[in-house]
Design a protein around this ligand. Structure first.
Ligand SMILES: Nc1ncnc2c1ncn2[C@@H]1O[C@H](COP(=O)(O)OP(=O)(O)O)[C@@H](O)[C@H]1O
Ligand SMILES: [Mg+2]
Length: 318
């Protein structure tokens, strides 16, 4: 553990021997977003969150999709949920009641189908886009990572995620059409960011269901990398974004484990899917720890975004 870690140690106890609550000064808040369905958002959110938790990083997954796929994937029955993301959006100050520990170090704010109703119920509220931001403010000191699984649309739920997050990760497949969609999606993040969250950054793309051996996939990956490279000098939210390594290979075990309510680490811990998500979680931890170390060394001047190089203007500091 480096000096840059910003929380009281898990095992910290007060002078009288009582355990201290977790207290994180800095939290990595990520929206996993793609307007397209079936690209691997939920699979990535759940297994990345599980991978982080397995490394001892306290992680919260907020399921913002009324389909409740992340909730089901983690073995929680939405019909039995008492306090959900729906309640969290209606009463952000009570967000603490919606988070439940579902694995060691892994907490879930479950979704329910009623969440779809929240979009219309909140439609006339002045602060309708900032509900999740308020909830995260209540919760963030308890977690080192907070991940939002977004629905495949650009409705109010996704807008709340884009307002509350510091980073966007785009799970996608390496198809030609997906590349076209990526450009549009990034523009959307840009526009939304300008309105509700100017500090929002796109950290990168996670390639899902990847077929590394096909020529087509290789070409698309090279195109995405080139696209990010070309944007690297412009002041855009995806400046410095990358294609995360490793890509997540197509692996049938990843498709099977949700129906057992298990993460890939529980269902098939030695399969390629588990290996890929473990390495991905490690990549997220490494870049986060490196950022915190730089920030610590610079006396807190380093922007809190993994995408921005160390020489970024101080105006970008969060
Ligand atoms: N790497 C993978 N290999 C095989 N199947 C996958 C992989 N990633 C996702 N899937 C399957 O593809 C489908 C869509 O994935 P999902 O994560 O639910 O996408 P989204 O949340 O974007 O709609 C699901 O049935 C899921 O189990
Ligand atoms: Mg999903």
């Amino acid at each position: 553990m480096t000096g840059a870690r910003r929380h009281l140690d898990d095992r910290a106890v007060a002078g009288d021997g009582t355990p201290q609550p977790h207290k994180f000064v800095l939290t990595r808040v990520i929206a996993l977003m793609n307007q397209k369905g079936g690209v691997g958002k939920t699979t990535t959110t759940v297994n990345l969150a599980a991978g982080l938790a397995r490394r001892g990083r306290r992680t919260l997954l907020i399921d913002l999709d009324p389909q409740a796929h992340s909730t089901l994937h983690l073995g929680t029955n939405p019909d039995e949920v008492k306090v959900s993301a729906y309640d969290l959006l209606l009463e952000p100050e009570r967000a603490g009641e919606a988070a439940r520990e579902c694995r060691p170090n892994l907490w879930l704010v479950p979704s329910v189908t009623d969440l779809a109703a929240a979009e219309s119920e909140l439609a006339s509220a002045d602060d309708r886009q900032e509900r999740l931001t308020r909830a995260v403010a209540v919760l963030r000191s308890r977690f080192e990572f907070i991940l939002f699984d977004c629905p495949p649309s650009l409705g109010l739920l996704t807008l709340n995620a884009l307002a509350a997050a510091r980073e966007v990760i785009v799970p996608m497949q390496a198809h030609f059409l997906a590349l076209q969609g990526l450009g549009k999606l990034l523009e959307t993040v840009h526009l939304v960011g300008k309105g509700v969250n100017p500090r929002l950054r796109v950290s990168g793309v996670v390639l899902c269901m990847h077929e590394e051996t096909t020529k087509h996939a290789k070409e698309v990956v090279a195109d995405i990398a080139r696209f990010f490279e070309e944007s690297s000098k412009q002041d855009l939210p995806w400046r410095g974004a990358r294609v995360y390594k490793p890509p997540i290979r197509r692996n049938i075990k990843l498709a099977e484990c949700p129906s057992f309510g298990q993460t890939i680490f529980e269902y098939a811990p030695t399969c390629p899917g588990a290996a890929d998500y473990e390495r991905l979680a490690d990549a997220f931890i490494t870049e986060w720890d490196a950022l915190l170390a730089r920030r610590s060394a610079s006396g807190g001047d380093e922007p809190l975004a993994v995408t921005i190089p160390a020489n970024a203007p101080a105006g970008a500091v969060r």
